[in-house]
Design a protein around this ligand. Structure first.
Ligand code: URA
Length: 231
């Protein structure tokens, strides 16, 4: 791969900025200063940028504890979840959507194939939420969710497993991602969601050590687990 692409992929700047840095002698490959943008490097080479080693990662994965008030999008003028990510990697996006007022686990990655897999309606990936409601949650509401509740008189949700915590809060596991799905499920029972937080996606559990708005890279084990390759 060309050194300018290698560095651009790792978020070191635009092609022009990288060209300039190369001309200024800021880039070394295996200890040697490289000035030509077309120089080829491999993932085994040691690439240094102004004295800092830049290792090549094809894909990156961050677990974000999304705060309310942010839109799950990659562009736009309103606060977007990507505003919270200070890492320079290119082409990252939120894997799936949480409503603006929903908090909790959001995977941010540039791994398109994995995101496609996790979001595919055919894969029925579990998403677990903590839900608070205005009125009491009845066992019969959870029974309706378990059977697959009809919302807006025209759409039936896939069966969802609810576990009561107390009168007005529960855990709920859904396996699809209809627009405002959980809010609409509770509306169909005459209730209203007042707080929603995602706790888990497949086997990736929100790290409670992350404050709202904080993120951290996934561990190797978490990545393998998500990809279903854990040993
Ligand atoms: N269901 C909702 O209603 N909102 C979310 O953000 C996620 C699931």
């Amino acid at each position: 791969m060309r050194i300018d692409k290698y560095l651009a992929d790792q978020g070191m700047g635009t092609r022009n900025e990288i060209k300039k840095a190369l001309k200024e002698g800021l880039v070394r490959v295996n200890g040697e200063i490289i000035t030509k943008a077309g120089t080829h490097v491999s993932e085994d080479d040691t690439v240094m940028w102004d004295g800092m080693e830049i290792s090549y990662q094809k894909y990156v994965y961050f677990m974000l504890n999304k705060p309310a008030g942010y839109i799950s999008a990659t562009s736009g003028t309103v606060p977007i979840v990507m505003d919270l990510i200070t890492e320079p990697y290119k082409d990252m996006f939120p894997c799936g959507r949480l409503d603006k007022d929903t908090e909790g686990l959001l995977l941010i990655t540039n791994d398109g194939p994995l995101a496609h897999d996790l979001l595919s309606p055919k894969k029925h990936v579990e998403k677990e939420y903590y839900v608070e409601t205005e009125k009491s949650i009845r066992q019969e509401d959870l029974d309706l969710f378990a059977k697959g509740i009809m919302i807006d008189n025209n759409e039936t949700c896939k069966p969802a497993k609810g576990t009561l915590i107390n009168e007005t809060s529960c855990y709920l596991v859904i396996t699809e991602g209809k627009f405002h799905e959980i809010k609409r499920m509770f509306e169909a029972t005459g209730n209203k969601v007042t707080y929603l937080k995602r706790l888990r996606m497949k086997n990736l559990i929100l790290d409670e050590a992350l404050d709202l708005g904080e993120y951290r890279p996934l561990t190797e084990e978490e990545i393998l687990d998500l990809k279903g390759q854990a040993g």
